[in-house]
Design a protein around this ligand. Structure first.
Ligand code: NDP
Length: 509
């Protein structure tokens, strides 16, 4: 049955440091058999199970239901009933009050969220320990937009004779489908605007990361959000597909791979259903000749290899001027080589494992392809043989390739692992052409000592976001990909608008 506070079962197998570190953990969830529907944890109908694996040790430490069509139907019906109820009729300010209470409840669960997240996907605790605070900040930011929704929008007919009152209605029941790299924040960035707008939701987390999100659901319940407004089902991508096509779903918000995003876009097109897609990336960091490489080194990992390279917007192609190419390669190599790799539960760890065994194999294949196509690894370049109980973990050595040419696969395709490519350019026009010569368009960075020169380059980059001398996403500013990186916008007022539909009521003036 439901195990709200069952103990972590991995306590004693051996006395390796990794097993000792895991043995002392007492996580709220490990083996569960329920889903969250109609405001309560309810046994799933689907009898299949999906394992939860610790990518640092390769050990299965939990399991969740692999939901069935009945679970999908029950969750959507619950969200539909709630959408017919009080939630969309509350004022935006009243709903913002719930968001603020959820934020407080999320913060109370920060440690459990961080540790569960780390055990699911191997994000170092130095990364996952920020998840709750960031989620709370997202919730509070969207709560602050209640005034924008409260404001009555009246627009005169340009030729006189009347005016229109523009209503912003919630779009309805939303399916929120999330990936495994940031299992909390990539849900909350959808959940917060959806709730403020007055929508109700069904969340489907990625199969490797189905447990940490339960703590967000607990926060939602503790905040007193009415039953049915937020629902959670777990299971394979098959469930995601059922949600996308479900007749009672009004909108889909998805973060994940470009191929799955394309399938969702096709299905949504057929159904004429609004969709937001945040997909892959292959972003570039342009190093201008006057860049301060010491300062660049201090932000390199965050901007270019965050979360062991498993972040959609990071700039994994570093474009260096020919005049300073060797210097840039040396700095990037030294910085990456100095980042400690090890047990993600160790606060000193910077690089953890890749999140899944299949990701581990994919990343190693890319490393081999880089070598085979003639790129030169300057650090890393193989599976990391770690000891202390991490022998079966999915660790790839943080890797830097020099002498990378634009046609190589490692330069063109999203690797989603700890692999950087350093390319050479002759002049700034070539740097911009190289940066723009990609199917994607999500992030980017310009490093320069001259901010106006950096802005001029940023303005010419064909991408959704660019940082000057660092990269961080700002949940008050729009975030979205161009080309194969996605469709639509999350974050900011623009991200809230994605959960609204409009109605103009005209009257004679
Ligand atoms: P997917 O796109 O396969 O999965 C993302 C989410 O979609 C998961 O919840 C998944 O469920 C679900 N899903 C899978 N198939 C369908 C479907 N047909 N309809 C609806 N939902 C579906 O990404 P992966 O997790 O497999 O990662 C693969 C690659 O995607 C990575 O190597 C990386 O390149 C990219 N990626 C990009 C991310 C980003 O932030 N832009 C994030 C994660 C990955 P389930 O997990 O159960 O299959």
């Amino acid at each position: 049955m439901t195990s709200l506070h069952d103990q972590n079962s991995v306590t004693s197998a051996s006395a390796s440091p990794a097993s000792v570190a895991r043995g002392v953990l007492s996580l709220p969830y490990s083996n569960v058999d329920d889903v969250f529907v109609d405001g309560a944890w309810t046994p799933a109908v689907g009898t299949g199970r999906n394992p939860v694996t610790d990518p640092a040790t390769g050990e299965v430490w939990g399991s969740v239901p692999d939901g069935s069509v009945e679970d999908v139907d029950a969750a959507v019906a619950s969200a539909r009933r709630a959408f017919a109820g009080e939630w969309p009729r509350l004022t935006p300010t009243e709903r913002a009050g719930y968001l603020l209470r959820i934020a407080d409840e999320v913060e109370k669960r920060a440690t459990e969220i961080s540790l569960t997240n780390t055990r699911e996907n191997g994000s170092p605790v130095s990364e996952s320990s920020g998840a709750a605070a960031n989620a709370a900040s997202i919730l509070r930011y969207f709560a602050s937009l209640a005034d924008y929704l409260e404001h009555e929008d009246v627009r005169a007919f340009p030729r006189g004779g009347g005016e229109s009152i523009v209503r912003r209605d919630p779009v309805g029941v939303c399916a929120l489908i999330a990936p495994w790299n940031f299992p909390i924040n990539l849900v909350v960035i959808k959940l917060a605007p959806a709730l403020l707008a007055g929508c109700t939701v069904v969340i489907k987390p990625a199969s490797p990361t189905p447990l940490s999100i339960r703590l967000i659901i607990d926060a939602v319940a503790a905040a007193g959000v009415p039953a049915g407004v937020v629902n959670l089902i777990t299971g394979s991508g098959r469930l995601g597909d059922m949600l996308v096509r479900h007749p009672d779903v009004d909108k889909v918000a998805f973060t994940g791979s470009t191929p799955v995003g394309r399938r969702i876009a096709a299905a949504s097109g057929e159904l004429l259903r609004p969709v937001t897609l945040e997909l892959g990336g292959k972003s570039s960091a342009i190093v201008l000749p006057d860049a301060d490489l010491g300062a660049m080194s201090s932000v390199l990992i965050r901007s270019c290899m965050r979360n062991t390279g498993q972040t959609c917007y990071i700039s994994t192609r570093i474009l260096a001027p020919a005049s300073r190419y060797d210097e840039v390669v040396d700095m990037v190599t030294a910085t990456i080589a100095a980042g400690p790799q090890g047990d993600p539960l160790d606060p000193a760890t910077v690089f953890g494992p890749t999140a899944t065994e299949s990701q581990f194999r994919t990343v190693l294949d890319y490393v081999e392809s880089g070598r085979a196509e003639g790129a030169r690894p300057t650090t890393g370049g193989r599976a990391a043989g770690l000891a202390g109980g991490l022998e079966r973990g999915f660790f790839v050595e943080p890797t830097v390739f020099a002498d990378v040419e634009p046609w190589m696969r490692i330069s063109r395709e999203e690797i989603f692992g700890p692999v950087l490519s350093v390319l050479k350019y002759a002049d700034v026009d070539e740097a911009i052409a190289l940066a723009n010569n990609t199917e994607f368009g999500l992030g980017g960075v310009v490093f320069s000592g001259d901010e106006s020169a950096a802005f001029a380059v940023a303005d010419r980059m064909d991408t959704g976001s660019v940082g000057i001398n660092f990269f961080a996403s700002n949940h008050a500013a729009p975030f979205g990909g161009r080309h194969d990186s996605g469709l639509g916008t999350e974050y900011g007022i623009e991200g809230l608008n994605a959960y609204l539909i409009y109605k103009s009521i005209h009257r004679r003036g």
